[in-house]
Every structure is written in C-alpha cells, then in structure tokens.
Design a protein around this ligand. Sequence first.
Ligand SMILES: C[S@@+](CC[C@H](N)C(=O)[O-])C[C@H]1O[C@@H](n2cnc3c(N)ncnc32)[C@H](O)[C@@H]1O
Length: 187
Amino acid sequence: MPNGIEKKAIFNYVTKLKPNVIVEFGTGKSATSGLEFCKALLHNKKGKLITYELGKEYFDSAKKILNEYATKQIVEMNLGDSLKFFDRKIIADMYFLDAGDEKLVNPAWVVPGKDYGEGSFFQKKESENLFHFKKIESDFSKPGTYVLCHDWTFGRGTYIKKYLESNKYDKWVLVEVVDRLAVLKRK
Ligand SMILES: C[S@@+](CC[C@H](N)C(=O)[O-])C[C@H]1O[C@@H](n2cnc3c(N)ncnc32)[C@H](O)[C@@H]1O
C-alpha cells in the first residue's frame, strides 16, 4: 500500500498523463492506491481503473471504500485472480503492480495450509509481480505504457528490479523511484 508521497506521485502521474485505462493488480483491503487513482481520474474527467483482488474479505472492504467511484463508472472492481486480466486482450495505458504471491507462478511452491487468499506480502522465489510484468512486457504494452511498481526496494518489486537490471533496461526506462514506488515507461 502506498504511503503519502507515493500517493502524491500516483495522483500526479495520472493527472499529467491522463490515461484512458489503468489496471491495478491487488486492490487490497483499504484500497489506498485505488482511491488515489479514482480521485485523479475524477479530476481528469476521463479514464477508468480496472482493479483485481483475490481475497473476498479484502474485496468487500475495498468495494465499500470505492463505491462512490464505482457508481460513477470510474472503477471496475473484479473479485478474482488478476491473471484473468490477460484473457481480455486490453492494452492498458498504465499498470499498478501491487499483488503478489507465488502460487500461480509455480504450484510446487505452495505451502499446504498457508492462506494465499488474503495478502501474502513476501515471496520465496520468483514473485507473481514479476510474472505479471513479463506478461505486460510481452503482449500487453506499447511504447509509452507506464508500469508503476510498488515495493521496488524490498519484497515483491525487487524481482522486477533484478530482472530489469539483468536485461539492462533494453525495453523500459526507469523514470523515477519515489520511495518504494518505481515508475517505468515502455520504450
Ligand atoms: C499490498 S496489498 C494491495 C494494497 C493496495 N494496492 C492498497 O494500496 O491498499 C496486496 C493485495 O494483493 C492481493 N493479491 C495477491 N495475489 C493476487 C492475485 N493473484 N490477484 C489479485 N489480487 C491478489 C492480496 O489479497 C492483497 O490484498
């Protein structure tokens, strides 16, 4: 979940770039990022947020928080796996990566009895965020697409950071890092 300066960065990027479609992976319980995206889209008077949350309890909580924006058609909330987004053949203008657990990347890593439904913040191996990022890179981005990646410096985002460092940023520009939020732009 983004902190104060990260929220400000989200608001500023959305109001500056005026994206038509933003996709968020991991709505969360308090919908902190979602709320910021919605406020900025309302300010822009255009655009829509499509967001996914795997945990039912978290989804229900976020739904109450974002309800005002849902009725204004600013946000489309989806209960379920964010991987479902990739069936829709939509190329978003901006992505916010803030979900993550490892079970969909490699079922062998699933720990029996562990609750993967509601917010598993740290990963053992390759993170789901990196898996999502690679999908975006291969089929769901175009020059100018932005990816805002949370927890860049620890936890789930670090996998993307290492991946990009090993590829030496051939397809992406690291525009800036605001605390734990990295802003990437497709070349
Ligand atoms: C760090 S929280 C998100 C915080 C939220 N963006 C905010 O600003 O309040 C991560 C969320 O991702 C959800 N999640 C994990 N894996 C997911 C997946 N495959 N699809 C959708 N949501 C997922 C978790 O249930 C959790 O609520």
